[in-house]
Ligand binder design. Structure first.
Ligand code: FAD
Length: 461
């Protein structure tokens, strides 16, 4: 026997795109059902942003204690064994995930959203059959469908997922730390996890097909990260193509030769692809565009009243973009006039040091006024020992000084992303940035100083 349900809005996927869409739809009084096969919070909350940042934080704390023992930094002395109880660390990380996922459930209940746990498959654009773990089926008919099915890790030929070939999901829940880990792909996910595991004592080797790490950034921004990889003893093979793994050796084609990288586990982080299969998308008459679901600037698909958001619809595949689209779609369904037209979407790479970029941060030329302010001249960065090689860059139009892009590399610079994005979204000019009094001592003063430097009169350099 299957249950039948009719609803105004059906959201498929409970990640940061889908759950935000559902909460907002519920707040707006729309009868809403959310279907999620796994845990509320999706990739971001359960196997992405949050657990990875928790692991990165734990690894940094562990490395700091080890450093205090080995080097005695800042006069702090630690003696004896510094050890890690991995099971306890993972319990702590999972506790954070549990708290947040439970919180999302409570918010959905408050917004009167009905949550169905199970895998949804569409038989046509507005009808979805949800099968729960116990096999019970619910048939949902909806006026509006919001597709928020997210993305999945890309598998490499020759390196099929197994007990030894891991995606980021498995790397975040290891039973035991491998002695040696090969990371294939030096994008942000591979480097964030590789650096964290390196700090926990794993011998890490990174293999990247391109001739540089983090290819979305320029060399100046990545140079401090390259230096930190050296500091942490992480080996980097650029221009290397991983081909296969056998008997504890990863075969890598590099410079016309095959080299072998000894590894107990291999972490493959070569990208994520939109999840477009396994739930009847082909029955919905929805067009694709380069593998992503095709949408317009209101997140409408090519089928009337079917909407799509988040990783499913294109780059940047970031949680905050998914949430912004989810909120907007709910409001459009409720009759509001909205378009998805951000001037800038911030991106943060949580390596050590962190990189944050917003807008056209790499522009150069005679029509551009740009400046770089080193964090070595910022009191707060120095007091946190986070200054090394770090800087803030401002890029503005030469004629009216309007800020086009901002970038920073350094410890904890992710916290500057809010101000950076606000400046660009509000159409601020260099004079607006430099006229704002910034709290002392904070790294935000370096942002102000970068603006002053672009105007030709920095104070602290
Ligand atoms: P998802 O979060 O992927 O959610 C989709 C949900 O849909 C899933 O829970 C899935 O179970 C469900 N689903 C799919 N199909 C069905 C179906 N047929 N029936 C039922 N349920 C279904 N982004 C950031 O902004 N900052 C970061 O620091 C960051 N770090 C990351 C670290 C890692 C290791 C990874 C893997 C990703 C990271 N991301 C980060 C990316 C971020 O997780 C994604 O951009 C975000 O989760 C996308 O949200 P979404 O709602 O589109 O999809």
């Amino acid at each position: 026997m299957s249950e039948r349900l009719k609803t105004t809005v059906l959201v498929l996927g409970g990640g940061p795109g889908g759950y935000v869409a559902a909460i907002r739809a519920g707040q707006l009084g729309l009868d809403t059902v959310l279907v999620e096969a796994g845990r509320l919070g999706g990739t971001c909350l359960t196997r992405g942003c949050i657990p990875s940042k928790a692991l990165i934080h734990a690894a940094a704390e562990f490395a700091a204690v080890r450093r205090a023992r080995d080097v005695g930094a800042m006069g702090i002395r630690v003696s004896g064994e510094v050890s890690l109880d991995l099971a306890e660390t993972l319990r702590w990380k999972d506790g954070i995930v549990d708290k947040l996922s439970g919180g999302v459930g409570a918010l959905l209940r408050r917004a009167k959203v009905k949550v169905l746990v199970g895998w949804g498959v569409f038989s046509d654009a507005k009808t979805c059959v949800v099968t729960g773990a116990d096999g019970a089926q619910t048939i949902i008919e909806a006026e509006h469908v919001v597709l928020a099915a997210g993305s999945e890790s890309v598998e490499l030929p020759g390196l099929a997922w197994s007990a030894d070939i891991l995606s980021s999901t498995e790397a975040l829940s290891l039973d035991a730390l491998p002695s040696r880990l090969a990371v294939v792909g030096a994008g942000y996910i591979g480097l964030e996890l590789g650096m964290a595991l390196g700090k926990l004592g794993v011998q890490v080797t990174v293999i990247e097909a391109q001739d540089r790490i983090l290819p979305q950034y320029d060399a100046a921004l990545t140079a401090p990260v390259v230096k930190a990889l050296e500091r942490d003893g992480i080996t980097l093979h650029l221009g290397g193509l991983a081909r296969g793994f056998a008997e504890g050796k990863l075969q890598v084609d590099k410079d016309g030769q095959t080299i072998e990288v000894a590894a107990d586990k291999v972490l493959v982080t070569v990208g994520r692809r939109p999840r477009t299969q396994g739930y009847g998308l082909e029955a919905m008459a929805v067009d694709l565009d380069g593998g992503f679901v095709k949408i317009d600037d209101q997140c409408r698909t090519t089928m009337a009243n079917v909407w799509a958001i988040g990783d499913l619809v294109g780059e940047p595949m970031l949680a905050h973009k998914a949430s912004a689209q989810g909120e907007m779609v709910a409001e459009i369904i409720a009759g509001h006039h909205r378009r998805f037209d951000p001037i800038a979407i911030p991106a943060v790479c949580f390596t050590d040091p962190e990189i944050v970029t917003v807008g056209a941060f790499a522009q150069a030329g005679p029509e551009i006024k740009s400046a770089v302010f080193p964090l070595a001249a910022n009191g707060r960065a120095l007091s946190m020992e986070g200054a090394e090689g770090g800087f803030i860059r401002v890029v503005a139009r030469a004629d009216d000084h309007r800020i086009l892009g901002l970038a920073a590399v350094g410890s904890n610079v992710s916290e500057l992303s809010g101000e950076m994005t606000t400046l660009i979204e509000m159409g601020a000019r260099l004079e607006d940035l430099t006229g704002i009094i910034h709290a002392h001592p904070t790294q935000s003063e370096a942002l102000q100083e970068a603006g002053l430097k672009a105007l030709g009169h920095a104070i602290h350099i």
